[in-house]
Design a protein around this ligand. Sequence first.
Ligand SMILES: [Zn+2]
Length: 128
Amino acid sequence: MNKENTVRRAGGFIIQLMPFASEEVISVLENRIEKIHSVTDMLEKGMTPEDLLKEVLGDLGVDITDKIPTKFYCNCSKERVSKALVSISKKDLDEMIADGKDIEVNCHFCNTNYVFTPEDLKKIANNR
Ligand SMILES: [Zn+2]
């Protein structure tokens, strides 16, 4: 974190054992992971994801077969979010329409706020 509470770096790793992993490999991994203090520290030192892999896996033999860029992305839309409103009972939906107020629905994944007007709610009610 930076002093103004913004994120400077973030990272982590997941190790998944294959079903045939031997006890020997597991104990080598456990020993190496014990020696790792903090991913943040490694990133602060300028280590790349490839460096992290080598640090974690040591001489177990790292073979990089693919690299995929990561990004913060959510494929939500007002239409997708409106599908969540389908689960509201007709009675509740009719009450919301009668209230005549906009309602706000937040995407649980990215926190985008979608506003539904009573007109929107009527359309949802009519499409049942
Ligand atoms: Zn979203």
